[in-house]
Design a protein around this ligand. Structure first.
Ligand SMILES: Nc1ncnc2c1ncn2[C@@H]1O[C@H](COP(=O)(O)OP(=O)(O)OP(=O)(O)O)[C@@H](O)[C@H]1O
Length: 251
């Protein structure tokens, strides 16, 4: 079996408005690919369609995770396959502590009859908090309630470290982070890098990619991947903007 996230000719709409217009993309496990592109061109939509957000309708194409078409699967089944989205705007859940949330989320990924042991949970938690330079008291707080923007993003990485996904999709996880938080969040992601992890990193900024160096960079324009290159492509965007890509795409 090939371990990869494969997106083939993906078209998706919201209402009757087409947003994704034939995305083709393959991310083997072991690689992190950056997704860049101007505002409003379908990057977040792609992320949400991959995890099965019911607001979007897939009208054509396939999404294969390790060879399995996931389009008919519910979001929780996709999560069980190890697909994890770190949200651009993480939700607040007052009344549910981070500790309880993490435990439930870990349990949900287990096979039936298998329990998350306290030792497993606590061991992982200690190690994740250490990586994220976070005090243990944070997990007694309600999920994201009253969190600063940076704390919410750090909490997304905490979930990622605990759940050990096979594929991560990070949607502008760097937005709103100060430079220290950016380094910590990147350290969290880099600590997971290896042959078991694949993923997409949606970002507008080269500064994140200085810390999490991508294997490939894709530019999305009007719902399609119009350019793919190495890390140098992101640097070019940073200095030259998108005009040249738009010109190429319309030529
Ligand atoms: N739920 C929705 N309802 C209405 N329009 C939507 C919805 N989701 C996305 N769109 C529209 O689809 C287009 C693409 O949006 P999307 O959020 O995917 O862009 P993006 O490339 O991630 O932008 P940004 O860089 O600003 O985050 C936009 O015109 C947006 O208004």
């Amino acid at each position: 079996m090939t371990h990869q996230l494969e997106i083939r000719n993906l078209h998706a709409t919201v209402g009757d408005q087409p947003i994704l217009k034939g995305i083709n993309l393959t991310v083997p496990r072991g690689e992190l690919h950056a997704i860049m592109g101007p505002n409003g061109n379908g990057k977040s939509t792609l992320a949400k369609v991959i995890v099965g957000d019911p607001e979007y309708t897939v009208t054509e194409g396939e999404i294969l995770v390790d060879g399995q078409n996931i389009l008919e699967m519910e979001p929780d089944e996709r999560a069980r396959l190890g697909v994890f989205l770190a949200f651009q705007y993480p939700v607040e859940i007052p009344g549910v502590t981070i500790a309880n949330f993490l435990r439930l989320a870990m349990q949900a990924r287990k096979a039936e009859g298998e329990e998350v042991s306290f030792t497993e949970f606590y061991g992982k938690l200690q190690s994740a908090l250490k990586t994220l330079e976070w005090d243990e008291s944070i997990v007694e707080r309600y999920l994201n309630a009253g969190f600063s923007g940076g704390e919410k993003k750090r909490n997304e990485i905490l979930q990622m470290l605990m759940l050990e996904p096979n594929y991560i999709i990070m949607d502008e996880t760097d937005s709103g982070l100060d430079v220290d938080a950016l380094k910590i969040v990147s350290k969290g992601v880099n600590s997971m890098r290896g042959e078991n992890l694949g993923g997409l990193i949606i970002t507008h900024y080269q500064r994140l990619l200085d810390y999490i160096v991508p294997d490939k960079v894709h530019i999305i324009l009007d719902g399609k991947v119009v350019q793919t290159g190495g890390p140098e492509l992101a640097k070019k965007m940073d200095t030259e903007g998108y005009d040249w890509v738009k010109e190429l795409a319309t030529a």
